[in-house]
Design a protein around this ligand. Structure first.
Ligand SMILES: [Zn+2]
Length: 393
């Protein structure tokens, strides 16, 4: 792999035809030392990788069928980061996502607390993008699918008018536990800080925080701050880059970062995150670096306003060393198989360090700034119409 990489790099070096004799040998040797400095970003391969992700998935993804909407989000947002959404049919995608909305039944009683977005059509509910919903004992939204569903609609430029916001928020409220954390589904599941992040993102996007008890959620987040100043999955759990992102991004979306954590705590969290950089970033002390943490930890540092103190070159070189030069996408490690999550988060990691051809990513919502600006415009319209309605009343 390394030989092939070198060969490809050499063939792309500018002016290689002028390198002859002893001077050229030295120059070649030198270029081997900084081979990663020269790795190019293979945009077109990554565009095709995400196109394939939306069309057909390998058999090994079968177990992820119930969370397919998340994979759709990785692909759509990945294309958006690369400014390549023109390669897909937006209307078909929008209809496909609306067909996954769990809508209230006609009497609005049986399933209101089960609303949101489901991950795929696996349950066998007839295809429909309009209400009323059909009751099925095993059908319900999933908090991460509602988050990625709303993000995907925003990325596609939809105006969210067909999202049943009241039902989404009712479904969300039903998932919060007494300790402030959230289940993913009404039947119960793991409950932790990940799903608080999804819930906070949903409330932020819908511009309505009635979907959660913010104070209880903040108490759960605070309780998850570990002795070494990272956040764990819950109280007493090991600090981890992913949980730390969920904690800081949630507080940031709530607008409560500075209120929930003291300056001293914030500085210690900054230090814990900065220490996660080796070449790229790892998620926990003494673990290998992994592409996705260039986003999880990088975005946390960005939200804490200290990302600029990290080493961008080392980070970029590591991310690009996990790029699959044949089929596109990024893997968690060099010479491993790429997957949609690491492909998307690799792009986001590169976007954070200002890779020239990529759109900027909003560090707390994990969508592009372009999609975020679209959301802001929608929210202004909602507030204006809400204001004129309440004036009329
Ligand atoms: Zn990873």
């Amino acid at each position: 792999m390394r030989v092939a990489l070198n060969f490809n790099l050499k063939s792309q070096l500018p002016g290689k035809g002028f390198l002859t004799g002893a001077g050229s040998k030295m120059a070649e040797e030198e270029s081997q030392f900084d081979e990663f400095e020269q790795i190019d970003f293979l945009r077109d391969r990554h565009v095709r990788f995400f196109q394939r992700t939306l069309q057909v998935l390998p058999e090994r993804y079968a177990s992820l069928e119930t969370t397919r909407l998340t994979i759709i989000f990785f692909a759509l947002s990945g294309l958006d980061v690369m400014d390549a959404l023109h390669v897909i049919d937006r209307n078909i995608m929008i209809e496909c996502i609306y067909s996954l909305q769990v809508l209230p039944t006609s009497d609005r009683k049986i399933n209101l607390s089960r609303c949101g977005f489901r991950g795929s059509s696996h349950i066998g509910i007839p295809y429909s993008t309009k209400g009323p919903g059909v009751f099925h004992p095993y059908d319900s939204g999933h908090v991460a699918m509602t988050y990625t569903g709303l993000c995907s609609l925003l990325i596609l430029g939809d105006d969210l008018t067909r999202v049943n916001k009241k039902a989404c928020l009712a479904g969300l409220r039903a998932l919060q536990l007494e300790d402030g954390s959230f289940y993913a589904v009404p039947e119960g599941s793991e409950n932790d800080i990940r799903f608080i992040y999804c819930a906070a993102s949903i409330c932020y996007m819908l511009d309505d925080w009635s979907g959660m008890d913010i104070q209880k959620a903040i108490e759960y987040i605070r309780g998850s701050l570990s002795y070494d100043n990272g956040f764990g999955q819950g109280a007493g759990r090991e600090s981890h880059g992913g949980w730390t992102y969920c904690a800081i991004a949630s507080l940031s979306l709530m607008g409560r970062l500075e209120e929930a954590l003291s300056q001293r705590e914030l500085d210690r969290i900054r230090r814990w995150c900065i220490m996660r950089q080796q070449t790229g970033f790892h998620g926990r002390p003494n673990k290998p670096v992994d592409t996705c943490y260039s986003f999880w930890v990088g975005a946390t540092l960005e939200l804490l306003d200290v990302f600029k103190y990290t080493n961008f070159d080392k980070n970029r070189n590591f991310i690009l060393s996990t790029q699959d030069r044949l089929v596109g996408g990024f893997a968690k490690w060099p010479d491993s198989h790429p997957d949609p999550l690491h492909a998307y988060l690799g792009l986001c990691g590169l976007s954070l360090i200002g890779e020239p051809s990529l759109r900027k990513v909003h560090p707390a919502l994990n969508i592009t700034h372009r999609a975020f600006e679209h959301l802001q415009q929608l929210q202004q319209t909602w507030r204006r119409s809400h204001g004129s309605c309440s004036r009329r009343m």
